[in-house]
Design a protein around this ligand. Structure first.
Ligand SMILES: *Cc1c(COP(=O)(O)O)cnc(C)c1O
Length: 309
């Protein structure tokens, strides 16, 4: 039998904040790509973890390590009622030995994502849209005297998140002419752009804004990247705005999923992949080019729209 101190050491090892994960790159075959002579690939960050999925693990990794090094025990974060980030934080908190609170924007409701957050032990506080804007003051009001509480911004947006997302590039073993990724806050985009520069990759980064009027994402990206970083932000593929959709987008997702075996969500990855197809049709790419799409995960967004398909 193990003596108690050894058992203690075992738990410390288990709770080390890192995740062995699997994010393979797969080719996508489609008659359009064959016709245009394009080689299209998808990096399956959606397979990183069922709940700490896609870019959310990359964004959380260094924040969790920082929380641990500051001896924080309680993660407090923010999101909408279908937030992939809330779910990822709830699961990661449970996995790595933290408690968690999710501050949810809007009136109190129940849905599949919040249900899973609760199962992972997250305490939920609903806050009206007006007060929600001032996240620091909500944190202060609810947790200020609590030295164990650790503030994580909405979506995990932070320098730590940018650093985590940059690591994606060091996993690439081949070269690509274009990299495609959906953008909400632009944090993931900034990380990948920095990773490309650091690894001397010449691929052009293409961000797809999932929000209407997404030009501001360009300035968000520039806050975290070198001034001479080159990237393209496509702002015309928002389908009406954040969490908005159209029958055309849903039809595209259905067709893509039923012919590839890869699910896309209507909030982020569906818009990104639709943009890639549309740009291929418009001869945006040159014959023979290699294009890498990042599947940033977030498939629970599908559940919120299941009755619309
Ligand atoms: C959160 C999320 C994004 C957006 O990431 P940002 O870093 O905010 O730009 C993209 N795709 C999916 C699936 C997400 O859940």
């Amino acid at each position: 039998m193990l003596k108690a101190p050894f058992i203690g050491a075992f738990f410390i090892l288990v709770r080390m904040i890192d995740l062995e994960f699997y994010s393979p790159i797969e080719p996508i075959f489609h008659p359009l790509f064959t016709k245009e002579g394009l080689n299209v690939f998808i990096k399956r960050d959606d397979l990183i973890h069922p709940f700490i999925s896609g870019n959310k693990w990359r964004k959380l990794k260094y924040l969790l390590q920082k929380a641990e090094s500051q001896k924080k025990k309680h993660l407090v974060t923010f999101g909408g009622a279908w937030s992939n980030h809330l779910l990822a934080t709830a699961c990661a908190a449970a996995k790595f030995g933290f408690t968690s609170t999710g501050i949810v924007r809007g009136e109190e409701i129940q849905n599949d994502v919040l249900f899973l957050c609760r199962l992972f032990g997250m305490q939920l506080h609903f806050v009206d849209r007006e007060s929600y804007r001032d996240k620091k003051s909500i944190f202060k009001r609810l947790f200020d005297p609590d030295p164990s509480a650790f503030f994580i911004n909405e979506g995990g947006a932070s320098a730590e998140a940018v650093e985590g997302c940059a690591e994606l590039v060091s996993e690439l073993e081949e070269t690509y002419d274009h990299v495609f990724c959906a953008c909400g806050t632009g944090t993931t985009a900034a990380g990948i752009i920095n990773g490309l520069a650091k690894n001397h990759y010449s691929a052009l980064f293409n961000g797809i804004s999932v929000l209407k009027g997404g030009d501001f994402i360009g300035s968000e990206i520039k806050k975290y990247t070198q001034s001479d970083s080159d990237f393209v932000l496509h702002t015309e593929y928002h389908f009406g705005g954040y969490a908005k959709t159209t029958p055309q987008l849903l039809e595209f997702i259905k067709r893509f999923s039923s012919t590839t075996g890869i699910l896309l969500d209507p909030i982020y990855t569906g818009k990104m992949m639709h943009a890639l197809f549309n740009l291929a049709e418009k001869n945006y790419f040159k014959k023979g080019q290699r294009i890498l799409a990042i599947h940033t995960g977030g498939l629970f967004g599908l559940l919120g729209m299941s009755e619309r398909f």
